[in-house]
Ligand binder design. Structure first.
Ligand SMILES: Cc1cc2nc3c(=O)[nH]c(=O)nc-3n(C[C@H](O)[C@H](O)[C@H](O)COP(=O)(O)OP(=O)(O)OC[C@H]3O[C@@H](n4cnc5c(N)ncnc54)[C@H](O)[C@@H]3O)c2cc1C
Length: 432
């Protein structure tokens, strides 16, 4: 049987569940990757993630060639390209790993229908998460919307089966032997190849995981894995990471569970990709203040921890989790700007940007998410600074003019902003 394996969020051969299934069930598998114009057309032309993907596709191509095969790389619209390639090589099945974002689900459903009409199977597999869709549900059969009971059930449901590795190398003889096309250049797709940021290395974070509980909240030390980018594009297997976390650090495991949780939320509640999970929060009348928004983006709010975080993001495409919480709370509460503005800015800048986790994090901070902090709890940027960057080491790294006359005065006063936010939220939520 001839089939196609379509790589998407899973840019690796080893321990790839969908690829394993395709190889074990077929005699000839053509692996493909598509630079999807529907997605690319919306991105800035110097998008650093496109450079990362392009590099990883080059690596993947080499790995397939070392196995006597090749990765076919296309540029265009997947719902048109996949059926055409399937027809060209007489494939009877197309395999892929499932993606839970609303755009991906819609695209996959359309593709499923088109392929079905031509007698071709479209087969999805779970690979991106440990538990998907309906595997961790409340006792009444509904999806969880609160993290703590979800994580408890997640841990109770876990056994070796969910963490096992998929030894794709065992079936590498099933890969097509045909040489495929060369990879399209970034230039030909209209993207710049100028790399402005360093991509976090794919290093297994054994030591970091060990010390994670004590160190993870301090942005001045390199105490988190920085694997978000690799998990997002599947250059590392979530099962491989979870296997280590389960054995060595529950705090780290909990973070991986948050990732599963948000994937499950976006799957069950697709409206939350653009609207507040709790619709009543969409009544809040936001401020429209371009000067405040620009000061936030540029890291010039006069709040050192906020400014350091935004400048770290602008310079590296990364921001420490603790600081993400602080800057998100600052935008949505202190400045009372619509959380969607911040979400969109992160979406443009974060290397590890992932719709489900980003929307989840933003709605958590703005108070409108599924398991959000109550609206009246407003992060105090000064006490966050005191707790997590007391010596201003992280702050000075990113804001060198801090403490000099060149550093801006606060754009809003903390006590005023806190009371204004609580009042605004309270009034909007109590309106009939
Ligand atoms: C406002 C806001 C926006 C965010 N946007 C994103 C985003 O676009 N993409 C993203 O992957 N994470 C996002 N997060 C979650 C978290 O900040 C990042 O996953 C983490 O900082 C990435 O750094 P790391 O890889 O060193 O994480 P580590 O601390 O080493 O954690 C390991 C992995 O666990 C997962 N993880 C950790 N914390 C969370 C969390 N709270 N929610 C979901 N997954 C988590 C990530 O995949 C991460 O790579 C956001 C958080 C907030 C508050």
């Amino acid at each position: 049987m001839t089939s196609i394996f379509w790589h998407r969020r899973d840019l690796r051969i080893e321990d790839n569940a969908g690829l394993y299934k395709a190889l074990s069930k077929s005699t000839s598998v053509t692996p493909i990757f598509i630079f999807d114009t529907t997605i690319l057309d919306k991105l800035p032309k110097n998008d650093q993630r496109v450079i990362f993907i392009h590099q990883e596709i080059g690596r993947l191509k080499k790995e397939y060639r070392n196995l006597g095969s090749d990765l076919r790389v296309e540029y265009g619209i997947p719902t048109e390209l996949i059926p055409a390639i399937a027809k060209e090589i007489c494939a009877t099945a197309v395999y892929t790993n499932r993606d839970y974002e609303p755009y991906a689900k819609k695209r996959d459903l359309a593709l499923f229908e088109t392929l079905k009409n031509s007698g071709i199977a479209f087969i999805g597999t779970k690979d991106h998460v440990i538990f998907e869709k309906d595997e961790v549900l409340k006792n009444d059969g509904g999806p969880y919307t609160v993290f703590t009971p979800y994580s408890r059930k997640w841990k109770d449901s876990l056994n070796d089966y969910f963490l096992k590795s998929y030894p794709t190398e065992r079936y590498s003889a099933s890969l097509t032997k045909q040489k495929q096309n060369d990879c399209i250049s970034l230039d030909a797709m209209g993207f710049s190849s100028e790399q402005h940021v360093e991509f976090p290395a794919k290093v297994f974070p054994t030591q970091i995981i060990k010390e994670y509980t004590e160190k993870r909240d301090f942005p001045a030390i390199s105490s988190t894995s920085k694997l978000g980018l690799h998990l997002r594009f599947g250059t590392i297997s979530i099962r491989a990471l979870a296997r280590v976390a389960v054995k060595s650090n529950e705090t780290f495991l909990n973070e991986l569970i948050w990732r599963d949780f948000y994937q499950m939320i976006i799957h069950h509640f697709p409206h939350s990709a653009s609207d507040a999970f709790r619709p009543i929060y969409d009544r809040i009348p936001w401020e429209h203040n371009e000067a405040h928004y620009n000061a936030w983006c540029e890291g010039k709010t006069g709040y050192p921890l906020v400014d350091a975080g935004m400048r770290e993001l602008n310079a590296t495409g990364f921001m420490h989790n603790r600081v993400r919480m602080v800057v998100a709370s600052f935008l949505s509460k202190h400045l009372l700007l619509d959380w969607r503005l911040g979400e969109a800015y992160f979406a443009e800048k974060l290397l590890d940007y992932d719709l489900a986790s980003n929307v989840g994090g933003w709605q958590w901070a703005a108070g409108c998410g599924c398991d959000a902090a109550p609206y009246f709890r407003v992060f105090n940027p000064h006490s966050q600074q005191e707790k997590f960057d007391k010596e201003f080491i992280y702050t000075r790294k990113w804001v060198p003019e801090f403490g000099t006359p060149a550093y801006p005065q606060p754009i809003v006063e903390h006590s005023f902003a806190r009371l204004r936010a609580i009042e605004r939220y309270k009034t909007a939520l109590n309106e009939q």
